[in-house]
Design a protein around this ligand. Structure first.
Ligand code: FE
Length: 355
């Protein structure tokens, strides 16, 4: 099955679309076009739907949503080319946003609102015409460990993941997964090529098993005693913290979470982000939507829906799991540089045999 077939427009949007089509036939084209926004989203959370409904209520602009994962959306945009109906794109990782930017799938947006709301280090590439994408939420790449086997001080920096003391103890998803590519890209920005490649070799040599599964699987493996250390995005641990299932309670009871590098450069933070499509037919509405995503209301809903953190500074989360995990110092490496570093990281992974 190709990427196009895997995309499934939501059936519940069929009716509004038909309605929009009817209106389009009856009204002058320009006006009709302004009332529908085509959103390609890799975010699949129920609270996001409430967010879109609020936008429609405030603006009268309907959101026609197409869902797929990051790779599927990029493939579809490429295949559609200039004929693409996409106006706004939401992806869930910096490496993929950078890829979309490189492939010319987005367009720059100069917006006073976005400049005021989104910190400079959380914006995409900008050659003067405005960033190609902006963060709408953030997630930390944390370390989860077995409390009965290790102390927090054994794993309180990313550097220590390469330490001989952790030989055979680390569980992690594929090194080439975008979440890891972005973390490793951040290391490359911080430490340079030689030190980063040596570190990657050390981490690869410390794995308890060949990489498999997603972040939650790694945490479960720590809880099950298969390994002592897992690398995970913060929201997966938060999800377990909020779960009432006995096996999740058990996993949480056996493990603890560390925000690495608090005494140094800060914990690596990845993003989910929004871009305006290169060939957006409804550019003004698209920009208005991305600006809306940075409003206080939208920021709270975006963050809470997936136990993430707001991208806008000064907005504190009251999510109980994140409050329980505590505040932390985030890195200040520009996320656009992290994204750009991932191509070089992939070559390093190939050389050191980190699958
Ligand atoms: Fe995820």
């Amino acid at each position: 099955m190709n990427a196009l077939n895997r995309l499934k427009p939501l059936t519940r949007l069929v009716k509004p679309l038909l309605l929009a089509a009817t209106l389009a036939a009856a009204a002058p084209t320009a006006t009709a076009q302004e009332r529908v926004l085509n959103l390609y989203s890799a975010r699949h959370y129920q609270t996001d739907e409430a967010l879109y409904a609020n936008f429609t209520k405030a603006t009268g602009i309907r959101i026609n949503r197409v869902e797929a994962d990051d790779a599927g959306i990029l493939a579809r945009l490429k295949a559609e080319g200039a004929a693409s109906p996409a106006d706004v794109i939401l992806l869930v990782d910096a490496a993929r946003l950078w890829r979309g930017e490189q492939e010319g799938l987005f367009q720059p947006v100069k917006s006073a609102v976005l400049e005021r709301r989104v910190p400079p280090q959380l914006r995409g590439g900008d050659t003067g015409a405005g960033p190609q994408w902006v963060a709408v939420s953030t997630r930390a790449r944390v370390i989860v460990y077995d409390k009965s086997a290790l102390k927090a001080s054994d794993v309180d920096s990313y550097d220590k993941l390469a330490s001989p003391a952790l030989k055979g103890k680390i569980c992690v998803r594929s090194g080439s997964h975008p979440y890891n590519l972005s973390l490793f890209g951040s290391m490359l920005e911080r430490h340079g090529a030689a030190r980063t490649e040596a570190w990657l070799k050390g981490v690869a040599g410390n794995l308890a098993r060949a990489p498999k599964g997603g972040d939650t699987d790694q945490i479960r493996s720590v809880a099950a005693g298969e390994c002592a250390v897992a690398i995970s995005n913060s929201y997966y641990y938060a999800r377990l913290l909020r779960s009432q299932k006995p096996e999740d309670r058990e996993a949480v009871a056996r493990t603890a979470v560390v925000f690495p590098d608090q005494a140094g450069a800060g914990t690596h933070v990845n993003i989910s982000g929004a871009a305006v499509a290169r060939n957006a037919k409804n550019r003004d509405a698209a920009v208005a939507f991305v600006e809306y995503l940075t409003s206080d209301e939208a920021q709270r809903m975006l963050a809470d829906g997936n136990n993430e953190y707001p991208a806008v500074t000064g907005l504190n989360t009251d999510n109980p799991a994140l409050v329980a995990m505590g505040r932390f110092k985030a890195e200040t490496v520009p996320i656009a540089k992290v994204g750009a570093a991932t191509a070089q990281v992939q070559q390093m992974l190939d050389r050191v045999g980190f699958k």
